[in-house]
Ligand binder design. Structure first.
Ligand SMILES: Nc1nc2c(c(=O)[nH]1)N[C@H]1C(S)=C(S)[C@@H](COP(=O)(O)OP(=O)(O)OC[C@H]3O[C@@H](n4cnc5c(N)ncnc54)[C@H](O)[C@@H]3O)O[C@H]1N2
Ligand code: MOO
Length: 390
């Protein structure tokens, strides 16, 4: 058995950042920006009014002054002339400030009579002008790598970037194995259950920016497993689920080996998730996850998600951890790093009583995987513990 850290280092060595592709801006949300992108223009491209009102010369902006309105500037319609002392241009938010003007008096502070305006007694001190380029200048960059959030997409649009360089989506093939499994919606026999792990993992990986496809369930025979492995062609990452342990029907390692898998490791000192295997198969990374539903999902958080991030060019880092005080006392931990399903309560992090790796209800209700290192000593309530947020 190897440590979680050593397993993760092996897994990172199996993957690398994928190619870069250009996608239309409208399809770039959630994708990983792969190269710095530079603004193609200044924003705003001219000094612009921040308010509806009157553009005036700064020296005229005194209480009670009367000025003559000589024209209008609206967004998309600049005033062509210039403003001199004694004059004002009616202006609206977003319009270019006319030449000669250096201040906007908001219309609430103005009394208008035909083409004459009189400024009020309590003028504010602001000029209400957004300087040219105050948001960004031409050439200013959005730096890669980053996951593009809605605000980034708006910024890219504003920079006049119509196509965005992003990492190709990692293609993941997800294969459940086992005679006991049927797909959701099918009618299971009396000794069968529903395949859940592939669906949970697909949800996790697609949300991260991968493209996961669920293969037909492989039966516990060499022929069926071999046939299903043939369907993984084109995948960057092959994930099998189940059949990884030591039972007579646990054939995944054997069949993958016969197909040429170059095994990096088998078995990790963690709970749940011990019978994890990984290697390279036909140019793809392959990870064999344990079948227990919670084990598969925990391995998804601890190992697969960081691998996907590495393929997306986001670097090789373990799943991010937070810290919280323990809500209860705990006995010492054993020789495996324990990822305990836990609730985050006002009193602190509270591991669930039941930690069996078959219990999806417990995992679904948990907010955290609390991490207990190998041979962690007994802990008192209030001690700070690491956890992975779920
Ligand atoms: N003698 C030993 N037995 C076991 C050991 C061991 O060290 N010695 N390890 C246990 C641990 S820990 C785990 S984890 C499991 C993992 O075994 P496998 O990876 O071989 O998984 P299976 O036996 O195929 O299945 C285990 C369990 O999970 C259910 N399962 C499998 N695939 C799915 C799926 N896609 N969706 C939902 N549920 C699934 C399966 O029906 C079993 O109930 O081995 C222990 N045994
Ligand atoms: O290592 Mo198993 O994953 O504890 O149930």
């Amino acid at each position: 058995m190897i440590t979680v850290d050593a397993a993760l280092a092996h897994l990172f060595s199996l993957v690398q950042p994928l190619d870069i592709e250009e996608v239309p801006l409208a399809q770039a949300a959630g994708r990983i920006l792969a190269r710095d992108v530079a603004a193609r223009r200044d924003q705003p491209p001219f000094a612009a009014s921040a308010m509806d009102g009157y553009a005036v010369c700064g020296a005229d902006a005194a209480p009670g002054t009367t000025l003559t309105v000589i024209g209008e500037a609206a967004a998309g319609h600049a005033y062509a002339g210039s403003v001199s002392s004694g004059q004002a241009v009616r202006i609206f938010t977003g319009a270019p400030i006319p030449t000669g003007a250096s201040r906007v008096i908001i219309q609430e502070d103005v009394t208008r009579d035909a083409d004459q305006i009189t400024l009020g007694q309590n003028l504010d001190r602001k000029d209400h002008i957004r300087p040219l380029g105050c948001d960004f200048r031409k050439g200013q960059t959005i730096t890669a790598p980053r996951r593009l959030r809605p605000a980034d997409i708006a910024l890219l649009a504003s920079m006049n970037i119509a196509a965005v360089p992003v990492r190709r989506k990692p293609q993941v093939a997800l294969m459940s194995t086992g005679d006991e499994l049927v797909m959701p919606g099918e009618a299971p026999g009396p000794d069968q259950i529903i395949a859940s792990n592939t669906f949970g993992l697909k949800a996790m990986l697609d949300a991260m920016g991968a493209e996961a496809r669920i293969l037909p369930i492989a039966r516990d025979t060499v022929a069926s497993l071999t046939a299903c492995f043939a369907l993984t062609r084109g995948a960057d990452l092959i994930i099998t689920i189940g059949g990884a342990s030591v039972g007579d029907h646990d054939l995944v390692g054997r069949v993958a080996g016969d197909l040429g898998m170059d095994r990096a490791f088998y078995k990790v000192a963690m709970r749940p998730g011990k019978p994890l295997m990984a290697g390279r198969l036909n140019g793809a990374a392959m990870v064999g996850l344990p079948g227990n539903p919670v084990s598969a999902m925990v391995c998804g958080h601890v190992f697969i998600a960081p691998m996907i991030n590495a393929m997306l060019g986001l670097g090789t880092a373990p799943a991010p951890r937070l810290r919280a005080p323990l809500a209860i006392a705990l006995p010492a931990n054993g020789p495996r790093e324990h990822y305990m399903r836990a609730a985050l309560t006002p009193e602190g992090i509270h591991p669930e009583d039941k930690q069996d790796s078959s219990l999806l209800t417990i995992l679904a209700n948990a907010q955290a995987l609390m991490v207990r290192p190998v041979s962690d000593p007994a802990r008192a309530a209030g001690e700070m513990m690491d956890y992975l947020p779920l």
